[in-house]
Design a protein around this ligand. Structure first.
Ligand SMILES: Nc1ncnc2c1ncn2[C@@H]1O[C@H](COP(=O)(O)OP(=O)(O)O)[C@@H](O)[C@H]1O
Ligand SMILES: [Mg+2]
Length: 266
């Protein structure tokens, strides 16, 4: 299973939009996908068509009350499964901090998934991809994601302070490698890109210079369909497949599938 964490300690950079539309685009490529919402705001849950207040179980039950993760998995109408989140996850850091091995709870849940008994005597892997939507912080929740993942995808807007934020996040990732030796940056993703904006182009050039090898070729444009789709509870691909935003996420999914084959993860 290729476990991808979508993280950036900054809010509003396109993490949730990327998590939902990447999950959707991978599902369109016939991959088995589980989306995990790791943000108490539950935006990924809502954008996937679920009512976050009506969840029987959420990721909070898995992390705080040791619920086996497969009991919290729900099918979405959009071709992928989800473990949802809601405000039961707020204040979780305090609860988590009192647990032993509190950085590794999500990674143990991922192990439970990998160890699920084979169906009809045939060993099948339950998911090709697991996509984790992180909250905008470097909380214990995000550290759990970093410890569970095989690679971090960092969405960022091409603006001046973004580069500073990226340096901080890279440092955190380096430090957490002692807890998860597989941890690395899978790719930096330019989001909400407006090619007419001179500063965005300058920052993009700087990114190419400093982060070239880990920068995704795909650039996600600023596109109104990507902002509208969540209000309808459907990913952009099912809302308007031909929009520039949907097409960009399909290209991103293709890039990630290719990487995944190189790393032999999915
Ligand atoms: N490429 C895009 N084009 C237009 N709007 C976008 C795009 N990506 C995200 N948005 C909008 O920007 C806001 C923040 O995006 P979101 O994915 O929720 O960020 P985060 O999860 O990092 O806080 C949301 O209202 C979302 O709909
Ligand atoms: Mg979000």
């Amino acid at each position: 299973m290729d476990i991808l964490a979508i993280a950036n300690q900054k809010g509003g950079v396109g993490k949730t939009t990327t998590a939902v539309n990447l999950a959707s685009a991978l599902a369109h490529r016939r991959k088995k996908v589980l989306l995990i919402d790791l943000d108490a705001q539950g935006n990924a849950t809502t954008a996937s068509g679920l009512d976050k207040r009506e969840l029987e179980y959420s990721i909070a039950d898995v992390l705080l009350d040791d619920l086996p993760i497969h009991e919290a998995i729900v099918k979405t109408p959009n071709g992928f499964d989800i473990v949802g989140a809601n405000n039961e996850l707020s204040g979780s850091d305090l609860h988590l901090s009192q647990k032993p091995e509190n950085h590794a709870i999500l990674s143990k849940a991922m192990q439970q998934l990998a160890d699920m008994p084979a169906k009809n005597g045939r060993a099948t892997k339950p998911y090709d991809f697991i996509v984790i939507d992180c909250a905008p912080s470097l909380s214990l929740l995000t550290i759990n994601a970093m410890c569970a993942t095989s690679g971090v995808i960092i969405p960022m807007q091409c603006e001046y302070f973004a580069l500073e934020g990226l340096a901080d996040l890279s440092q955190t990732i380096e430090r957490l490698k002692s807890l998860n030796p597989k941890l690395h940056i899978r790719g930096v993703l330019r989001t909400m890109f407006d090619p007419r904006n001179t500063l965005a182009n300058d920052v993009s050039m700087e990114l190419i210079e400093h982060f070239g090898p880990i920068l995704f070729n795909t650039i996600i444009p600023r596109n109104i369909r990507l902002a509208e789709a969540p209000a309808h509870g459907i990913p952009a691909l099912d809302y308007e497949m031909n929009s520039k935003g949907s097409q960009a996420y399909i290209r991103l999914a293709n890039e990630i599938i290719k990487q995944s084959r190189q790393f032999q993860l999915a």
